[in-house]
Design a protein around this ligand. Structure first.
Ligand code: SAM
Length: 720
């Protein structure tokens, strides 16, 4: 293979950089730029207004380090001059002021000074993607960087690198650590009313972070024990901040502020204000998936303001969510219509009550059935914790899911336990919420990156409207998306699984692929099972760090399926079919058909023991499919019947036909679209033989399997 000169060049540079880092590690910082140089650099950078492609990459495990878990009060102040290269300054903090407008590259870059006037740069990684740099750290902001890491970046320049957002604490002007020289006199003298008005101005201008800061400063100026007039001001600031938090998706804080703003007084003005607070509370509960609490909040709101249309609408919407949550009452056709219009987001509740997370014997936690679930039934439907879709600006959806998940739990610490409880590799830990230090939850961003690898799913949005398995479905779709579903993430893998997953917008759907008894573990296949055992194990080990020992995998070892022979036959079969589409095979070309029959016969021979045990023989499914399609075109019904039955057997489904009824042994079946094809061929043959009832029964089975594989019936009639 030819070597890519660019890749080679890049790897040489990386090695040189690493060598430089190692050489300089522990050396005292050398000043590399003056304040004037930085002012110039930062004045130019924000001017680039063209949309940037975010080149944020996920860190390599060898670069992981832990966040600071100590409060500021227990850390020792150091200055920029004390920094050492490639060093985590454990037990210390820097006190800095941002002196230029920051800009966003792969990180938010800020030019900072310390109290001695020394200057440098801070790179803030992993901040919320949607925020502009000046919203994250506006010019003039006073910050502390806890346990700073002084690191050489790709361009060969050093920065104070912040990977865990909680390692940087923004200080209020009144904070005891904020030096007088950096205090803004005008701001210090502003009254709570002044802050409220400033906040309102920012809110109207949709500068929600700024509005939040203003209301917070206003509240900090208030003495809660003052007279009633001031209490009204305090409630107003809380109420306005509650609405602001709602806009910022900070739902925990919305609820708390709304609570603190209610007066429960009976005069009309207070009632109107309290109604607004209950509304915010209800909306926040709704967004957190706490529908029962949301409904209560909207009822309280409507008690105070019975004719409020927003309250009426919200309470109707919430009632629907409760029904979905309790009964799994979904109209999937309606949801598909909605998600295709709404950027692939479904306003729906999760239905997970038929399942429970429990400890398994040897695979950590797993998902278990709390009731009997019939084949084809909905096991669960879960709304995503986070999804992201690739686009030209942010080509990597996994990076977005990672950053937005980190931000989501920083904004809503009540959800941190759900996220951080997911499996992130050995050792397994029991779920705990992120600790709050210096008023902000400490989230280890690297841990979130790691758990995303083990728990995230990649999927393709836009498929919902197409018939499953058609070329339209494969081609008329958006690029890859990534999603995280907290409950489903507990499901373990089996190639021979008893449930199948599918996606509609940001909902994941699990349907039972066979009857599942109460207390049985529910498994899904993490990948489309490849015909060869080694291929399956390679992917599972490479991506999830385990080897599968499901019945299919162990049988292929124990039943002596000779991997080498099988691999050769599967390869022959693939090569044969790869060259020829059945559409191009003339009806008269019996030689080709005979060749395909020989390939199939050889494969049956290799799989003979699997067949006796009615286990799937995935390597021969394609050739039977090819033959079925050819016989179908040639209108050779008896051969079609034989080959279609073989397709089903390849996937582990065994049918017995008695008169006009059929029974299917699905014990070891793997639900894939090929099974639906096989059943529809059989339906066609029966129809040709005038056995209408039998034909209908095959079609009913076909639609059942289609629904399992596709999640809904969308596209079935279109395809068959
Ligand atoms: C998405 S998590 C599933 C839940 C996980 N068992 C837990 O304790 O949270 C994926 C991890 O579960 C384990 N796992 C899943 N299926 C397995 C299997 N069939 N055999 C062994 N380990 C499995 C692996 O450690 C894998 O990386």
């Amino acid at each position: 293979m030819e070597e890519d000169p660019l890749a080679y060049h890049k790897s040489v540079l990386q090695e040189e950089m690493l060598a430089r880092r190692l050489r300089q590690a522990g050396d005292l910082r050398r000043v590399s730029q003056s304040r004037e140089q930085l002012v110039k650099e930062f004045a130019i950078r924000p001017l680039s207004s063209s949309p940037v492609v975010r080149q944020v990459t996920r860190p390599r495990p060898e670069d992981f380090y832990r966040p600071c878990y100590l409060p500021l009060a227990q850390l020792k102040k150091i200055f920029l001059k004390d920094l050492k290269s490639e060093t985590h300054h454990r037990g210390s903090f820097l006190l800095l002021r941002v002196f230029c407008q920051p800009f966003r590259g792969s990180a938010v870059m800020a030019a900072v000074e310390d109290e001695t006037g020394d200057v440098d740069r801070v790179a803030l990684y992993h901040t919320k993607e949607a925020l502009r740099a000046f919203e994250v750290v506006p010019e003039g902001t006073v910050v502390t960087v806890k346990e700073p890491f002084y690191h050489m970046e790709e361009d060969g320049r050093y920065v104070v690198r912040v990977d865990h957002p909680s390692d940087m604490v923004v200080l209020d002007q009144h904070h005891e650590q904020c030096p007088e020289q950096w205090q803004n006199r005008e701001e210090i003298q502003m009254t709570p009313l002044g802050w409220k008005l400033e906040g309102n101005k920012a809110f109207v201008g949709e500068e929600y972070l700024e509005a939040y800061r203003c209301y917070t400063r206003g509240l900090a100026r208030l003495d809660p024990n003052t007279h009633e007039g001031m209490r009204d001001m305090m409630r107003a600031l809380y109420r306005n901040r509650s609405s602001t938090n709602l806009q910022l998706h900070r739902y925990d804080a919305t609820i708390l502020d709304a609570f603190l703003s209610t007066s429960n007084s009976r005069d009309d003005t207070s009632k109107a204000m309290d109604a607004e607070a209950w509304f915010c509370r209800g909306r926040a509960n709704y967004q957190l998936g706490q529908y029962a609490d949301a409904l209560k909040a909207f009822e309280r709101m409507l008690n105070l303001a019975p004719s409020d249309l927003r309250g009426q609408e919200e309470s109707k919407r919430t009632t629907k969510r409760l029904l979905e949550q309790q009964r799994g009452a979904y109209d999937f056709a309606e949801i598909i219509d909605e998600v295709t219009k709404n950027g692939f987001s479904a306003d729906r509740a999760s239905f997970i009550s038929k399942t429970e997370v429990r400890q398994t014997q040897d695979h950590g936690r797993g998902l278990f059935a709390t009731q009997d679930i019939h084949m084809g039934d909905l096991v669960l439907c879960e709304k995503a914790f986070m999804t992201a879709h690739s686009d030209s600006r942010t080509p990597n959806s996994t990076v977005q899911v990672w950053l937005n998940s980190v931000q989501k739990v920083i904004d809503n610490p009540s959800q941190s336990k759900d996220l951080l409880g997911l499996y992130a590799g050995e050792p397994r830990t029991s779920p705990i919420s992120a600790p709050t230090v210096d008023s902000s939850p400490v989230i280890d961003t690297f841990k979130v990156s790691k758990l995303l690898d083990l728990n995230g799913f990649s999927f393709t949005v836009g498929r919902e409207l197409q018939a499953y398995g058609t070329s339209a479905m494969m081609t008329k779709t958006s690029p890859k998306s990534t999603g995280l579903w907290i409950h489903v993430a507990n499901a373990n893998h089996a190639c021979l699984s008893n449930a199948v997953r599918s996606f509609i917008g940001d909902l994941i759907i699990l349907r039972a692929a066979k009857d599942i008894k109460t207390d049985k573990e529910i498994t899904i296949s993490y990948q489309n099972p490849a015909p060869l055992l080694e291929d399956r194990q390679k992917v599972l080990f490479g991506s999830w760090g385990f080897r599968c020992n499901c019945l299919l995998c162990t049988s292929e070892v124990n039943l002596g399926v000779k991997s080498q022979t099988l691999a050769e036959h599967v390869e022959t079969s693939m090569a044969f079919m790869g060259d020829r589409s059945p559409n191009d095979v003339p009806a008269t070309d019996s030689e080709l058909v005979a060749m395909a029959e020989l390939v199939a016969e050889d494969l049956e021979e290799v799989y003979s023991k699997n067949l006796v045990h009615r286990l799937p023989c995935l390597g021969m499914a394609d050739v039977w499919q090819w033959l079925s399609q050819t016989y179908c075109q040639n209108r050779n019904k008896s051969q079609l019947k034989r080959c279609a039955t073989k397709i089903l057997e390849s996937y582990g489904y065994w049918i017995t036909v008695q008169e006009s009824s059929i029974s299917m042994d699905c014990t070891h079946g793997i639900s894939m679209i090929g099974v639906v094809d096989g059943l529809m061929y059989l339906s066609l043959v029966a129809e040709g033989e005038q056995k209408i009832e039998l034909s209908q029964e095959f079609k009913a089975w076909a639609s059942k399997i289609y629904k399992i594989v596709n999640g809904s019936m969308m596209g079935f009639e279109l395809k068959y």
